[in-house]
Design a protein around this ligand. Structure first.
Ligand SMILES: Cc1cc2nc3c(=O)[nH]c(=O)nc-3n(C[C@H](O)[C@H](O)[C@H](O)COP(=O)(O)O)c2cc1C
Length: 230
């Protein structure tokens, strides 16, 4: 066993975990889509299951509360909800738009947050970004973290942002710089260790309260969750 490696981090010893992987860009040649695909291969190499999805599967019209009340959530949000509920964790590779997350991503989160049980609650999440800029889109991830944490997702403290992403990926879609590639893979490995632990060795129960002043009888705004339970 190499230095720093734990027995549970060996791919062959990993207990089953499923990770929904998608990128928050609708663009055909998206750098974040390439990063999400790369992350999915690492998830699989680490002995977990990666379920790749496209943001277009979850696309929704602009949130309108009248439509929500009159017609319910659109199919895109229902599909994301189903995919989240079928997974133990999610991994999002998101572009940064104007120092924040893309509006299309926030819109999908808003629609999906209306569904009960609220599917982000208790789910482990890992955030990544890719950008041609030197900061790699990292500021956008701090913005994306806020609504996800508000909804009870357990967003992994470490995030990975690929700077100068248009040059950082080689012809095979891998991160060309070997040190950076190792860091990318190690981040995913450590995240999967946590997902595995929270699913198979749950030790933490939490209560999600949409607004702190809610009374326990506000059934659709207060949910009990065993973190990691599927
Ligand atoms: C409206 C808009 C705003 C952007 N703002 C930022 C920004 O704040 N920071 C940044 O690093 N890149 C910014 N970019 C550039 C994106 O990082 C770049 O287009 C990236 O390739 C988008 O991700 P994708 O390739 O996955 O679609 C912006 C692009 C657009 C279209």
């Amino acid at each position: 066993m190499s230095k720093g490696q734990t027995s549970s981090s060996s791919p062959s010893r990993r207990r089953p975990v499923r990770v929904l992987v998608f990128c928050a860009s609708l663009r055909e040649g998206s750098l974040n889509r390439r990063l999400a695909a790369l992350a999915a291969t690492v998830v699989e190499a680490q002995g977990a299951t990666a379920e790749l999805a496209h943001l277009s599967d979850f696309d929704c019209p602009s949130y309108n509360h009248d439509v929500d009340v009159g017609q319910g959530v659109p199919p895109g949000a229902s599909r994301l909800c189903e995919r989240l509920l079928a997974a133990d964790a999610f991994l999002i590779a998101s572009p940064e738009y104007n120092a924040s997350m893309p509006g299309v991503m926030k819109n999908i989160i808003d629609w999906t947050s209306r569904i009960r049980p609220q599917p982000f609650n208790g789910r482990q999440g890992l955030l990544m970004s890719a950008s041609p800029s030197m900061a790699g889109g990292n500021r956008g991830l701090w913005a994306l973290r806020i609504p996800l944490e508000h909804l009870g997702a357990r967003v992994y403290p470490d995030m990975f942002s690929l700077a100068q992403a248009h040059q950082a990926l080689d012809a095979d879609g891998r991160i060309a710089d070997t040190e950076l590639r190792a860091r990318f893979e190690r981040t995913i490995e450590c995240f999967l260790d946590l997902v595995e632990a929270s699913k198979h060795y749950p030790a933490l129960k939490k209560q999600w309260v949409e607004y702190l002043g809610e009374k326990p009888d506000a059934a659709d705004r207060v949910e009990q969750t065993e973190v990691g339970a599927s």
